[in-house]
Write a protein that binds this ligand. Sequence first.
Ligand code: TA6
Length: 312
Amino acid sequence: MNDIATQMQSLYSQYGELAGISIELHKELIAITVENQAATACVFLQGAQISHYSHSDQPAILWLSPCCDYRAGQPLRGGIPICWPWFGELDKNPAPVRQQINSDNTPAHGFVRNRDWQLADVSIINPALTRLCLKLDIAAGEEALWPFATQLQLNIEIGNQLKISLEITNRDSRSFHFSAALHSYFALSDITAIHIDGLDDKPFVDSLDHWQQKQQQGPITFTGEVDRIYQQLEDPITLIDPDQQTTITVQAEGSNSAVIWNPWCDKAKTLSQFTDDAYRQMVCIETANALDDCIELAPGNSHCLGANISIS
Ligand code: TA6
């Protein structure tokens, strides 16, 4: 039996009999789907990437490209990719993060979104709440792009809210620095109809204007590409969609920065797994540890980067 078939057989024998749990194969990628009385979700082992979350019988809250390739080694466009051990381009990161990596070939957003994580646990907490735990153990010297022994654990609670927590533990004898983001794509009626609250007066770095420091005035609305790293955050971020009559709230944990991104029409044409007009139906609100909010972790210590996503 090939590796994928063996993996699926093993997952099915461990978890396949649990209520609402299915093991699926989407082309080259294995996914776990969860259905309970509150919600439906889908999580791919590759990158521990959540691809779908919705309340039962309701439209998707997370946006997923309709033209995903589902190929090994390529993150899906949409859902919640995990960006670690750096956010964005490595060379735009603080020196303590950059200086640890000795490679000329450093992919945007790090490498863990391209790795197969292990499904460590599935727990049916109650008929309306299911908890998944996925792990990625990195041995010292195993990864050309990361020299330190590290354990990553993603805890996902699927219920009336979607709660995710990325726990990074330093298993090495040396301290290390990282930046990170939960790169959440949200589904919209139309980008021109929505606005984002919770960032008024907050400083941000505008990656589209020479990484200049600026300050937010009022709600964020969209009339072109937006790619900003907001800093010194404490309050939840809300996405108001009048046409869908919904408000999505993103409450961060272990994070004082967030990225707001919409590619708009020109950049949309350059993106993989993305149709030219897809920019109208999505926006990213990314709970992050980016720029000054990057993390130093001493041996044996852990840090949790989390996001609680709710809709009303
Ligand atoms: O988070 C915003 C961003 O850094 C954008 O600049 C854009 O590159 C986006 O991430 C998507 O990156 P990806 O590597 O997933 O295509």
